[in-house]
Every structure is written in structure tokens, then in C-alpha cells.
Write a protein that binds this ligand. Structure first.
Ligand code: ADP
Ligand code: MG
Length: 388
């Protein structure tokens, strides 16, 4: 490739474009967050697709202008091809395919979650494997062991709601605006996190102790997440308080206690994964990574280890992480089987975690997964968020 790379992101409710040079330095980036969804309290897929269609051209033009790059000087276009909302994805992929064809340059389809793994390295060149990654957004909650770029071991994922989805749904219960994460964080600042003892789903019973962690030491022998029970517990408490006309006064405490429960679960899972693979480096990505209480708890827990959290701009959905992952895929010579917009697709090179994956980075790697880890790879699904 000769010339800068353009990255396009339209998987959900951000239209973003970024221009990176061949070394991965950001030359220009624009993120347009759709706010039409506030009216409905959740992302409406059809409205998301229509808004991407309206914004993609001006967003790309502005990113190129910031970068001082002309279209004809681009060397490649990377686009988030999945997972995501199919109508939204189609806008980015169709636009990118047409532009790449017209310019005679390659179009590189990128997995959205692989993009999130590359977010922090845009801020900090030290954010490279080996690391454990905790990716928490409105559509995903993933715990991955990343011994090297392109080899991903799935250690845990959500069994129901994603972490950001739980923030959004609980915010709605509390009468707070969408998106719920920032609203809950603001309300929680004035609340007592110990006032309500909400469940820590899938941590109860087993618990996790530093130094003694094995998968069996966690409840039900799993590093998976579950947030729907927590949401229900908040809903029951809200009903009770509303009947007693006490909801307004208790809102900050409910927000703080809920946030504390989510953070306890995320931090315990991340620490357990790090102990299991023997790695003290953690990458935090996805929109929920913006939460300051989560960041400071992880920083505290990791102690002398390293937390790579990146800036808020690069944790949320953005075109720069897609372009950066595209540079990796282009150099690797494999797009991991991604060719077109696809709503649900495994991360290229991902497989379920098993103890054999606990490889020191100095040891020779085991045989590579088949290119594009086919249908046998873990299914990283994407769900349109529901608004209840
Ligand atoms: P998606 O790909 O699902 O759109 P994003 O990476 O754009 O995900 O993140 C959006 C999610 O992040 C929303 O669910 C939102 O509530 C959550 N979020 C944003 N800021 C915060 C915060 N400060 N605390 C907790 N959650 C947050
Ligand atoms: Mg988003």
C-alpha cells in the first residue's frame, strides 16, 4: 500500500471516518454520534441506517480535510463489515466498496471487535500483545486473551445483556436519558454505592481470590457475564421506591449501587482472566470504557500491571481503530474470511480459550487457526438492543 488508509465505521449509531498514515498515526478523524435514538430510549436500526446514509459523505470529507489528504492519494479503505446492525453496516460497506473501486485501491473488511482491540495502541504504542482484553460496549461484553495480534482466545462473554446495554436499560428504569452510561455515571457521583446490595451475577457462591483463581474458582466455573438479573433486581427496587414516592431521593444511590455491582463483576472477571493466563497487561475498550469509576478500579486492582484504556474518543466506536486494524489485516494478507456486511460473525482468528492457550509469548506458538476461523469459531453475536 502506498498512501494513507481511510477507516470507516457504521456498525451501530456512530458514523465515523479517520485517516491514518502507513505507520498508524492518526492524521484526521471525525465521529458523528447519532442522537435521534434519544427520542426512543434505544437504537432504532432503521433510523440508524438512514442517518449513516445522510452523514457518511460529509463525515469522510471532513476527516480528509482535517488530514490534508486528497481522495486520490489514499492507499486503501478499511471498513467495519460486522458484527452490527445490517442496515447500518451496508451503508459503510457499500460506500467503501464503491469508493475503493473508483479509486482503484483495496477495500479491507474489518471485524468491529478486532477494531476495538486496536483502539488503545493509537494512543499508546506500548498497548500491544500479549494482553487480556475486556471489551464492553452497548452490544458486546467480551473477555479475550490476546497472545499476539490475530490470535484471540475467548475467555468470557455475556449470556444475556451486554454491559452497556445494562447501563442503558437501568437508566431508563431510573428515568435517566439515553445513552444510559454517562447519565448513570453522573447520577452516581452523588450517590452511596453501598446503599443497595444488588446481586453480582455469576460471582456469588464461588467468588474469586487473588492468587487462587482457576476457572472452577469462579461461580459455575465460567468467566462469562450475565447482567439481566441485576437489571431485574434494580427494577423491583425501583417499583418499591416509586410506590413509596421515594424514587427521586434514592436515584443517585440506585445509580451508584448499580454501577458498583457492574464494576465489581467486570473487575473480578478481568483479574481472574489475567491470573489464569499469567499476564498483567489489560486492554479496556468499548463505550463503557469511558466510565471513570471502572477505569480507576481496574487501575487499582492491577497494581503494578498495565492498564491500556485509551482516550474516550478512541474507546467508543470510531474509524481510527478500524483503519488501524485494517493496516494489520493488510500486512497479514488475510481479511479472516470477511468479505461483505454481515450482522453476526466470529472475530477472525478467535477460538474458545483452553488452558493450552496459556502460552508465554516467548514460546513457539501452536499451529495457527485456519484462516478466517470458520463456522467452528466462537460465534460473537451482535444483537439489536431492545429498549425495555
Ligand atoms: P455500540 O457499538 O454498542 O454502539 P459503543 O462502543 O458506541 O457501543 O458504546 C456505547 C455504550 O457505552 C452505551 O451502551 C453507553 O451507555 C455506554 N457508555 C458510554 N459512556 C459510558 C459511561 N461513562 N459509563 C458506562 N457506560 C457508558
Ligand atoms: Mg455506538
Amino acid at each position: 500500500m502506498s498512501g494513507p488508509i481511510l477507516g470507516i465505521e457504521t456498525t451501530c449509531d456512530e458514523t465515523s471516518a479517520a485517516v491514518l498514515d502507513e505507520h498508524g498515526t492518526i492524521l484526521g478523524m471525525v465521529i458523528h454520534s447519532q442522537d435521534v435514538h434519544r427520542v426512543y430510549g434505544g437504537v432504532v436500526p432503521e433510523l440508524a441506517a438512514r442517518d449513516h446514509l445522510k452523514r457518511i459523505e460529509p463525515v469522510v470529507t471532513a476527516a480528509l480535510r482535517d488530514a490534508g489528504t486528497r481522495r486520490r492519494d489514499l492507499g486503501a479503505i478499511a471498513v467495519a463489515a460486522g458484527p452490527g446492525l445490517i442496515g447500518a453496516l451496508l451503508v459503510g460497506v457499500t460506500w467503501s466498496r464503491a469508493a475503493a473501486f473508483a479509486l482503484g485501491i483495496p477495500m479491507i473488511p474489518v471485524h468491529h471487535m478486532e477494531g476495538h482491540l486496536f483502539g488503545p495502541v493509537l494512543d499508546d504504542p506500548g498497548a500491544v500483545p500479549p494482553f487480556v482484553a475486556l471489551l464492553v460496549s452497548g452490544g458486546h461484553t467480551l473477555l479475550l486473551w490476546v497472545p499476539e495480534w490475530g490470535r484471540y482466545f475467548l475467555m468470557g462473554e455475556t449470556r444475556d445483556d451486554a454491559a452497556g446495554e445494562a447501563f442503558d436499560k437501568v437508566a431508563k428504569l431510573l428515568g435517566l436519558p439515553y445513552p444510559g452510561g454517562p447519565a448513570i455515571e453522573r447520577a452516581a457521583a452523588a450517590g452511596d454505592p453501598e446503599r443497595y446490595s444488588f446481586p453480582r451475577p455469576m460471582l456469588q457462591g464461588g467468588g474469586w481470590r487473588r492468587g487462587g483463581a482457576t476457572p472452577a474458582a469462579t461461580a459455575q466455573g465460567s468467566l462469562d457475564f450475565s447482567f439481566s438479573g441485576l437489571k431485574t433486581a434494580v427494577a423491583r427496587t425501583v417499583e418499591r421506591l416509586a410506590e413509596a414516592d421515594a424514587l427521586d431521593a434514592e436515584r443517585p444511590h440506585l445509580a451508584a449501587s448499580f454501577q458498583e455491582a457492574v464494576i465489581d463483576v467486570l473487575a473480578a472477571r478481568a483479574r481472574a482472566a489475567m491470573d489464569i493466563v499469567g499476564c498483567d497487561r489489560l486492554v479496556l475498550g468499548g463505550g463503557v470504557a469511558a466510565n471513570r469509576a471502572l477505569r480507576s478500579r481496574l487501575r487499582e486492582d492491577i497494581g503494578p500491571g498495565r492498564l491500556f484504556a485509551g482516550s474516550v474518543r478512541l474507546s467508543m466506536d470510531n474509524g481510527a481503530m478500524i483503519a488501524r486494524a485494517g493496516l494489520f489485516r493488510l500486512a497479514a494478507g488475510s481479511y479472516g474470511g470477511l468479505t461483505d456486511a454481515i450482522a453476526s460473525v466470529p472475530i477472525p482468528g478467535a477460538r474458545p480459550w483452553e488452558p493450552a492457550a496459556r502460552l508465554a509469548s516467548s514460546r513457539p506458538p501452536p499451529p495457527s487457526p485456519p484462516k478466517g476461523a470458520g463456522p467452528s469459531g466462537p460465534q460473537i453475536s451482535s444483537r439489536a438492543r431492545t429498549s425495555h
